[in-house]
Every structure is written in C-alpha cells, then in structure tokens.
Design a protein around this ligand. Structure first.
Ligand SMILES: Cc1cc2nc3c(=O)[nH]c(=O)nc-3n(C[C@H](O)[C@H](O)[C@H](O)COP(=O)(O)OP(=O)(O)OC[C@H]3O[C@@H](n4cnc5c(N)ncnc54)[C@H](O)[C@@H]3O)c2cc1C
Length: 564
C-alpha cells in the first residue's frame, strides 16, 4: 500500500509516524512545501521574543530522522500541485527547480493546514510588515528587529547628541492568540507595542466580560490595545518608518508591523480535486477523517469538524485536534475502527505570567445558536489552599444545561494553575459529565497544589446548588429589579460599594431579618459569593424570596467593565 501525505507538520507528521507504527510494509511519502517538517510552530512567538533563543530548538524532527527511524520518504521543498482522484495520482513540484513529477497513491492524506488571512489593503506588502506562521517568517522578523527599521537605523546614524536610542514601535494587528502571544513577546523585548483589533474584544472565543479581564491585565503590563478599529492601510513615512492607518482615522507609527488577522482552511488542492467543502469553508470529512472520496483523507486546520457540545460544524485551528486527527486517519488506513469525537476548542494562552483558558461552548455561542437551556456561574476560588503561600484567585465562568446539569463550557483566568482546571473540565465535557459529576470528582490535593474542595469540585457544588434550588442565583444585569442586600463587613464597603445596596453584615443578619422586605426578591451580594450563599440559605429558610448574586462584587467588576 502506498500512502502520500501532503503537509509534514502537525497532522501530516503524526499521521505518517502512526501509520509506520501500524504498518511496517506501507510505502509512505510525505511532501512538504516548506523547508522543514514537524517543526514547533506554536513556539514561534517565543522565538521572536527570545524566550526560545535558538531556531534549532523549534525543529523537532528532520527528513533524515524520518528516513532513518521510520523509513518514511519525506521531501521538503516539494509541493503537491494537483490531485487526479480518478487516476489516483498527485503531481508534485520541486519548489527550487520547478520540476514536476507524478506519484501514484492507494491512499492520500491532506494536511495542508491553513492560510493566513491577508486582505488586499493598500501598502500591505511594504517592508517591515510580517506574519508569524513559519520558521522563515520568525527568522525574517528577528533579522528585521536586529537590523532595525530604516527609521531606527537612521536615528542610530544621526544620533550624535542622542544617548538614548528610541524605543522600537511595534503594531500587532489582530487580537487572537497568535497576535497576543507575539505582542506579549515584543513587550518583553521592551518595545512599545500597540495591538489593533477590529472586534470589541481580544480572544474572540471568550465571552466579552471574561475577555475584558484579560484586556485590563495585558494593558497593566504595558500592551496598548486599540479595540473596535479595523486597519485600512499602511504607508511608509518620509523618515522610513511605517504608518498603520485605521478605519476610525487613527494613525499608528511603527517600526515593525505583525499581521495576525486569523487563518482560513487551505482547501485549494481539495477544491480542485472536486472534494466536498463544508458550510464553514473547510474540507468536509466523516468521523474517520475520510473526505467525499473514500481514498482521500483530510485532517487538521484544513477541515471542518463537529463541535462536540453544540453539534455544529466549526473550524478549529489547534495543534491537539490536528495531531489526533492525523493519528485517526492512520488508524483507519491501517484497518482500525478509530473515530474522531469532535472538538471543544480547548485552548490556553499565557500572558505576562497569567493564563486564560477555555473549553466547550461560550455564552455567546449558546445565545447565537438560540440555546436557552443553560445557566452560568461565576466563581473565584484560590488556585490552592489559601493558607499556603502563593495562592492566587482563579476567575471562572462555568456554563451548564439547566434541564439536566450537563457541563457545556468553562472559561478561566488567573496566575496559577488555570490549565489543570480547564483540562479537567475539558475531559469532563468530553465524557458527557454533569455538574453533579464535578461535585464528586476526586482530584489531587495537598496545600501547595489545590484545596480539599478543588475549584473543579467547587464549580460543581455551586452549580449543583443552583439546580437543586438550594441557591437560586441572579446576575448583575437583573439584580437592579430586586432588593439588593450586601452582607459584607462595613470595612469592605470603604474600599468598594455596591450602589443602592442595604448593608447588613452576615453576622448580624439573623437578628435583623425584620428590616428586609417579604414582598420583593432579595439579591444578596458579598465579595465573591460565599457569604451571600449562607445569607441566601438563611433567608430562604425564613420564608424570604432570595437569590445569591453570582460572583458578588468580583463579577460586578466584569459588568462594570462592560458598561464602560
Ligand atoms: C505561531 C503559531 C502559534 C500556534 N500556537 C498554538 C498553540 O499554542 N496551541 C495550539 O493548539 N495550536 C497552536 N497553533 C496552531 C497549530 O500550530 C495548528 O493548528 C496545527 O499546526 C495545524 O496542523 P496542520 O497539520 O493542519 O497544519 P500545519 O501544521 O500548518 O502544517 C501544514 C503544512 O502543510 C504544508 N503544505 C500546505 N500545502 C501544501 C502542498 N500543496 N504541498 C506540500 N505541502 C503543503 C505547509 O507548508 C505546512 O507546513 C499555532 C500556530 C501558529 C502559526
């Protein structure tokens, strides 16, 4: 059996290696247009920032290693230019010489990845404007930064009276994870960095109020954000520097511009071969990664996949799914019955020592698809036992089905161990777990690692309390209609007040129940929700209509950020 794999990075390389493990006799040919196979594109922003100093650290594997260890014929600088499904052949072009050859296949796997979105804006091809996709891209950026732009080089030459070299100004366009990671790395290099984003938030998969917290955090660490503004063009100024022009009429001077406007599936070959393309613009495959042609498989950024939670077709450009899909395609080609379960878009980004992570459906996705059968909670547990040094709060939003408690999605932000909570919740979602299962999850605990009630358990307990009716909740957008009761201590009010709230500290509440209305719904707040829960239980058992305001004053911060 001869298998040709187009694309030799995440999906393609993992498919090739898995296939060899399953079939010692298969003839495997991997063709890769670029100069490297199986390299760590996820590390590129950190190479630009100097965290990963050596380019060679990104080159995880090589043609020679594939040949020696796996007997796989890997050809870099070799582009697949045409598939003839009826003849079962692929035309290959040597990128350096232009020579075209034809290879036949029994099975073909497409893992061509995605193409970077590059709109035809005026000046987009000016020197100094880069993208971050490949090792050569990162090399070009580093060379540019080391050499300095025309403007900076000029300042250097004519700076007889100047002792301080001006700061390099970088403009990053696009607030997705590659844009943000690159921007963070440029801030680390002590550049003056502005990130321009057309949407009204960074990290589009996050709900807006959670993204606001990320935005505040990165701004406090020196990254300037210009949201709600699209780029309209680029110009070279008289002094040699660049100018980024935006639709709102602003002009940002720059010594370097990084384009990070997102990606779209690379479907050129597939389209030309007549393979079915799905509604989201990716190659349509079944759960065994088979395209509309049974001898052609496709994996990775180029395909569209079913969202595990919503059941909708979606485009997910992530390394984990690409690797798993490559493995499944290999299994199926080797005669195994593996199937892809769908994706949840589980992601994480590290920014200035903190992390934002998410999995499953967001509130805005559920609203967009008209799903009303959900509730959300906001909690702020410590990353580990509060009495052990170094505990940091984690801001968590958890979404679950009202009708049966099934976990739908989670988002978390914090400076410590955010990843393990979202990873645990991601597994729970994939296993179809409910919030009641989270209550019972048995997780690692000692004081430096977690709490006896881990944030994952805590999320389950709070959410289950809501669904069992033990703790009816409300959110800030509806709280204004009821009677607002603040059960914090007076000293806390000196720091932060809830306008319109009546303050009765929790310790005095039992004695002062007579001051509360029986004909109105009482929304109870404290700092994060814990004391409000006790108060709510007390009020409910005394015949009041009461609700805990989810997340208390901490989630009000989100709401306020939205208002502004
Ligand atoms: C800067 C950066 C940071 C990232 N960080 C993360 C991260 O932190 N976490 C995460 O989960 N994901 C991350 N990703 C995304 C992740 O790298 C991709 O989702 C994953 O690599 C997709 O795998 P793939 O096999 O579909 O495509 P790729 O890995 O992109 O490989 C496709 C390859 O196919 C080659 N090719 C295309 N067409 C042809 C052709 N006709 N002939 C021959 N070769 C061809 C291309 O040259 C390319 O090398 C990042 C991506 C980038 C660019």
């Amino acid at each position: 059996m001869k298998v040709i794999i187009v694309g030799g990075v995440a999906g393609g390389a993992s498919c090739a290696a898995r296939l060899r493990r399953l079939d010692e006799k298969a003839e495997i040919l991997v063709v890769e247009r670029g100069p490297y196979v199986s390299y760590a594109n996820c590390g590129l922003p950190y190479h630009i920032g100097g965290v990963i100093e050596k380019e060679s650290s990104l080159l995880v594997s090589s043609e020679a290693m594939f040949r020696a260890m796996f007997a796989i014929d890997v050809r870099t600088g070799c582009e697949a230019i045409k598939i003839s499904p009826d003849k079962k052949t692929v035309e290959l072009r040597n990128v350096a010489t232009g020579e075209v050859t034809t290879e036949s296949y029994d099975k073909l796997v497409l893992s061509p990845g995605a193409v970077t979105v590059r709109p035809p804006l005026p000046g987009i091809d000016l020197p100094g404007i880069f993208q971050v996709r490949t090792v050569p891209d990162a090399r070009a950026i580093r060379e540019w930064l080391e050499r300095g732009s025309l403007f900076l080089a000029g300042m250097h030459i004519y700076s007889g009276f100047q002792t301080v070299r001006p700061k390099t100004r970088a403009v990053v366009i696009g607030g997705g994870f590659i844009g943000l990671e690159t921007a963070e790395n440029l801030v680390h290099r002590e550049f003056d960095v502005t990130l321009v984003e057309m949407l009204d938030q960074v990290l589009a998969p996050l709900d807006r109020e959670m993204a606001r917290v990320v935005e505040g955090y990165v701004e406090r660490h020196g990254l300037r954000l210009a949201l709600n503004d699209g780029v309209s063009g680029f110009r070279q100024a008289a002094n040699g520097s660049l100018e980024v022009q935006t639709k709102s009429g602003k002009v940002y001077p720059a010594d370097i511009v990084i384009l990070s406007l997102g990606v779209r599936p690379d479907t050129a070959l597939a389209k030309a071969a007549g393979l079915e393309i799905g509604e989201r613009g990716g190659i349509r495959v079944d759960d065994q990664m088979r395209t509309s042609n049974p001898d052609i498989f496709a994996v990775g950024d180029a395909i569209e996949v079913r969202d595990f939670v919503t059941g909708q077709w979606s485009l997910i450009a992530l390394a984990g799914p690409a690797n798993r899909q490559g493995r499944i395609a290999a299994d199926v080609i080797a005669g195994r019955d593996s199937r892809f379960r769908g994706t949840q878009g589980t992601s994480i980004i590290g920014l200035f020592g903190a992390a934002a992570a998410w999995t499953g459906a967001s509130e805005k996705t559920l609203n967009r698809i008209g799903n009303k059968d959900f509730e959300k909670i906001y909690i702020y547990p410590n990353s580990h036992a509060g009495y052990y040094p170094g505990a940091r709060p984690i801001a968590m939003k958890v979404l679950f089905r009202k009708s049966d408690g099934r976990l739908l999605g989670a988002q978390a932000l914090g400076e410590d161990n955010v990843d393990k909570r979202i990873s645990a919740l991601a597994v729970a979602i994939q296993m179809g777990a409910t919030i009641y299962d989270l209550e019972e999850a048995e997780l690692c605990y000692s004081p430096q690692f977690g709490s006896a009630k881990d944030p994952v358990n805590f999320a389950g307990m709070v959410a289950a309390g809501v669904l069992r009716g033990d703790m009816p909740i409300s959110h800030w957008d509806s709280a204004g209609k009821g009677f607002l009761l603040d059960v914090r201590e007076p000293v806390e009010l000196a720091v932060e007040q809830a306008p319109g709230a009546v303050n009765i500290p929790l310790g005095q509440l039992r004695a002062r129940l007579g001051e509360l209305p029986r004909d109105r719904e009482i929304h109870v707040i404290c700092r994060s929700g814990g004391r409000a829960y006790y108060a709510t239980r007390m009020l409910l058992q005394n015949g009041f209509k009461a609700r805990t305001l989810s997340g208390g004053m901490l989630s009000r911060f989100h709401a306020l950020l939205l208002e502004n």
